[in-house]
Design a protein around this ligand. Sequence first.
Ligand code: KIV
Length: 278
Amino acid sequence: MSTRIKAIDDVESLKRVTTRSLQDMKQSGIPIAMLTAYDFTMARVIDGAGVDVILVGDSASNVMAGHETTLPITLDHMVYHAQCVVRGVSRALVVVDLPFGSYQGNSRRALASAIRVMKEAGAHAVKMEGGEKIAPIVERIISAGMPVMGHLGLTPQHIYRFGTYQVRAREEEEAERLKKDAKILEEAGCFAVVLEKIPAPLAKEVSASLSIPTIGIGAGAGCDGQVLVTHDALGLTMDFNPRFVRRFEHLADRMTDAVKSYIGEVRGRSFPSESESY
Ligand code: KIV
């Protein structure tokens, strides 16, 4: 397959990133940058900065709502977050997580959930966690015209089955299972697959074996792209410190300083000034 994207300039000049752009980026060896967003203002900033994919992740359950896991967030909540994000994005591909309970074990319900996300929010694709077991559901959604991103490895919707947030697929059996699942998702028609918290050599092998891009989180540099939760990357979350998170800023500290300045200036009556008054 020929690629229309040969260099980073070609990516940066894209008016719209599509699933095809990501495929072309993989072929040309250009890493894909993906971040999460859950609201209009954040989406506008990270889209304006040039991120390729914005994920409206069900991590909104943790980051926005303060839950311990991603399980409580509902489809209604995800549609709302996706609507807010889509209004702030003009270039990035917007992918929305189908939340726990909205697709597992029932392809008719899964199809209805995906349709809601695409129709009511104007999302460009959906993401689902799981391998072979959800392949028929993935196929059904794709055959209705909606692109699907897969998600393997440490899939947070399975946290109570895993019982731990430790690295997955360290053992041979689980690694083999993951390789098979990745192939199955590719054959089912997924346009990309997230690999979360698995050994870097395994992620590299899976990435080389697939024609679709892999997006890693805690899966090393051998993936075709990387994703982080924006609030982790910007240092807004303070009590989540896994090894794979790099803090590109320390916004919580800077915000704390700014809020303290505000309080001080209100108390000292230097805010508002005359020029800030009518
Ligand atoms: O919900 C989310 O933010 C995710 C990423 C961690 C991949 O699924």
